[in-house]
Design a protein around this ligand. Structure first.
Ligand code: GLA
Length: 713
């Protein structure tokens, strides 16, 4: 039987696989949309293959499901054995179905090893995102020990030769690093037990000349909040083969006879017009497929006041009420009470686990404060860190065995805390009961769900690694809470942005981008985060000056200009601000409210001008919102005009200067006519002009910002 060609049709992209019953599933194409398949249909992959001298007699096609130990060079999806037996795997296609033109399900099996593998592919026409899901089935009658499993091997278009991935640390998240992938390939493992600051589960694969606005690019994300592994291998024909899946600790996964193991969903946003186009694919994916908003629809993202950098552990109810009242006067819409409210929590050494209000700080519980907040027209939100326990807590004293760890070793602490074993039903039940009681007793509409350490020695009650089970138990707990309290929104925080991924976003609606509220640092951090996530998910707060994370000070206007291109909030004691600062903050909050639907519904572009200005653009059919920052000194005396490729052919726009921060580098009298026009009646500009000639900018000093609105003329 000749092989069958199956194609998945996206909008601008196609994927083509060649399947042979009893044989293999092979990649023939992934990339731009194909109108016809003359060549691919007439010439099966195996007929075109050279069998080079000195090689094995096995045809080395780019398989969807490469095996292991079968004579082929391609790395196998699965590393597994049964006490050392059945370690060779060679998948053959048992059946397939194409329930719709955009999806394909392939059932593979290995009779000798007693294994089944189902791979599901879907190329979404609305987003040009390819979703890959897979499930391994132990069909044998003995336990299977799984060391590694990826969902599929994806043969990438051969013009993609470079990888760019996010790195970082606390207060410096989402820093991207790009490199060419050589003949040795490339791989990255995250073994920290949470998505991590250092290696969050996303990357881009790029053409050598691909840049922000041009060239092929694929944005990749694995929907998982724990350990993972990404690998790029150079196939014999030069293409890069991508594999992604969880990283398992030794002995972690043992599949009983009949049991199944799912691989976290892998998403590939196929971009044709630069890194930005692939990033927009990932944004659209998050918006359309991943997020589940309370009530089924996103409401305007309310302006937050978070108490952390305002008061830290100093919880005094009268002071908090005062802070809330002052926040409401500025236009804040949600007041989030951060760490320090529960019994015995006076610093970060004690009390995690004891999730009830501290009677000394809140003699009548949290309800009074929450009702005060609500009487001011704001929502009330609360910080929790349910997965953790301090040894100095009632919970730990009563249930020391509930913490993950190796009883024979000294415990490894992070921020003086241990991790609870959520996979123990009694632990999840305890946490559910405590959170459920809080949500019932107090009108809380928002939880900031924190997670402030890596997992280490994460051994369960039987002494076995429990990281995989921990993530699944976390998702189940979040789901149970959502079911019980469907109107409550949840933010994912982990020492800033150490748990930002599509897995957690299935259960939450906001990411705390970074504990670094320094506006200059934030420009790079938020630019980096915008590669993976749309702005409405990225918490961005106006912090105090000097910034607590860096000791640097920036003007209130710069802090606001940076914060408004995200989910805006304030994280400072607004009572300590001058009247002028408060007035300006109020003005920026008003501006954010006027433009948030554009920012949060818009297609996002970003870039740099030739004189080092960084810009973010949110575009809807009728309006654009544009932020321009000059982080460092300009290289010369003149600003380069800001070219906005997205606006090419988009019609005519009236450009308004909505806000600005910092100093201009030129004499005031010279700039006045241009700036007065922008700040006053606005300036008319054609989309082609804005794309090709660019928007003229005044010369800017470092830490200056200009914020523009463009409305269809
Ligand atoms: C973490 C979070 C902060 C804050 C503190 C409270 O560091 O990232 O935003 O909530 O915990 O302890």
């Amino acid at each position: 039987m000749p092989p069958t060609l199956l194609r998945l049709e996206g909008n601008a992209c196609s994927a083509v696989l060649e399947l042979s019953a009893g044989g293999t599933a092979v990649w023939r194409h992934l990339g731009s949309r194909l109108d016809a398949l003359d060549l691919l249909a007439a010439w099966p992959g195996s007929e075109l293959l050279s069998m080079p001298q000195g090689g094995m007699d096995a045809p080395s096609l780019a398989r969807l499901a490469p095996g292991h130990g079968n004579g082929l060079a391609q790395d196998g999806l699965l590393r597994a054995h049964r006490d050392g037996l059945d370690a060779i795997h060679d998948w053959s296609v048992e059946s397939w179905s194409q329930p719709s033109p955009d999806s394909l399900s392939v059932q593979l099996g290995d009779l000798c090893a007693g294994l089944g593998l189902r791979i599901e592919l879907r190329l979404d026409a609305a987003t040009d995102v390819l979703r890959v899901e897979a499930e391994l089935h132990n069909r044998g009658d003995t336990e299977l020990q799984v060391d590694r499993l990826a969902g599929a091997s994806i043969a990438l278009p051969d013009e993609l030769t470079e990888v760019s991935c996010p790195h970082g640390e606390w207060a410096n998240e989402f820093q991207w690093e790009r490199r060419a992938v050589g003949a040795d390939g490339w791989s990255r493992e995250n073994r920290r037990g949470r998505s991590s600051h250092q290696a969050p589960p996303g990357l881009f694969v790029l053409g050598a000349h691909s840049c922000e606005h041009q060239g092929p690019a694929i944005g990749v994300q694995l929907a998982w909040s724990g350990n993972h592994r990404f690998a790029l291998e150079r196939h014999e024909d030069g293409r890069l083969l991508l594999q992604a899946g969880e990283w398992f600790a030794p002995g972690e996964i043992r599949l009983a006879p009949g049991a199944r193991l799912r691989v976290p969903a892998l998403y590939l946003a196929l971009g044709q017009a630069g890194i930005g186009s692939a990033a927009r694919g990932l944004h659209a994916l998050a918006r359309r497929e991943v997020l589940r908003w309370p009530g089924g629809k996103r409401r305007p993202r309310p302006v937050h006041l978070n108490t952390w950098e305002a008061l830290y552990f100093r919880h005094d109810e009268a002071e908090l009420r005062d802070l809330a009242s002052r926040a409401a006067e500025l236009g804040v819409e949600r007041f989030v009470l951060d760490d320090g409210w529960f019994e015995g929590r006076n610093d970060d050494r004690a009390a995690l686990g004891d999730w009830w209000p501290d009677p000394r700080k809140y003699p009548h519980g949290l309800r009074g404060l929450a009702e005060h907040v609500r009487s001011l027209g704001m929502e009330f939100g609360l910080w929790v860190e349910p997965e953790m326990v301090n040894p100095d807590s009632r919970l730990y004293r009563e249930h020391p065995q509930w913490a993950l760890g190796d009883a024979r070793r000294e415990p490894v602490f992070g921020r003086h805390q241990l991790v609870l074993d959520l996979a123990r039903p009694e632990v999840s039940q305890y946490l559910f009961d405590k959170l459920d009681a809080l949500l019932r007793d107090t009108p809380i509409s928002y939880l900031k769900w924190d997670m402030n350490r890596d997992l280490a020695q994460a051994l369960d009650a039987h002494g076995r690694p429990g990281m995989h089970a921990q993530v699944l138990a976390l998702y189940a707990l979040l789901e149970r809470l959502r079911d019980a309290h469907p109107r409550v929104e949840i933010e994912s925080c982990a020492s800033g942005g150490a748990r930002a991924d599509l897995g957690i976003l299935r259960h939450t609606q906001r990411l705390w981008t970074s504990d670094n509220n320094d506006a200059s640092s934030r420009i790079a951090i938020q630019s980096g985060a915008l590669r993976l996530f749309p702005p409405e998910l990225l918490g961005s707060h106006v912090g105090p000056a000097p910034a607590h994370a860096t000791g640097r000070s920036q003007s209130i206007d710069l802090r606001c200009a940076v914060a408004c291109f995200g989910h805006m909030g304030v994280e400072a004691d607004v009572r300590a601000m001058s009247t002028d600062e408060r007035d300006r903050l109020r003005g920026w909050i008003t501006l954010y409210k006027q433009w948030r639907e554009t920012i949060h519904d818009g297609d996002i572009d970003q870039g740099h001008s030739a004189s080092g200005a960084c810009w973010w653009l949110a575009s809807t059919p009728q309006r654009h919102f544009l932020c321009v920052f000059q982080p460092e000194a300009m290289p010369g005396p003149q600003s380069a005009a800001l070219r906005l490729p997205r606006l090419r052919g988009s019609g005519r726009w009236r450009v308004h200067l909505l806000g600005r921060a910092g100093q201009l580098r030129q004499r005031a009298e010279q700039q006045s006519r241009w700036l007065q026009a922008l700040a006053g009646p606005g300036v008319l500009a054609d989309g082609h002009e804005l794309a090709q000639c660019g928007l003229p900018l005044p010369a800017l000093h470092p830490e200056a910002a200009l914020v523009f609105g463009l409305e269809r003329a």
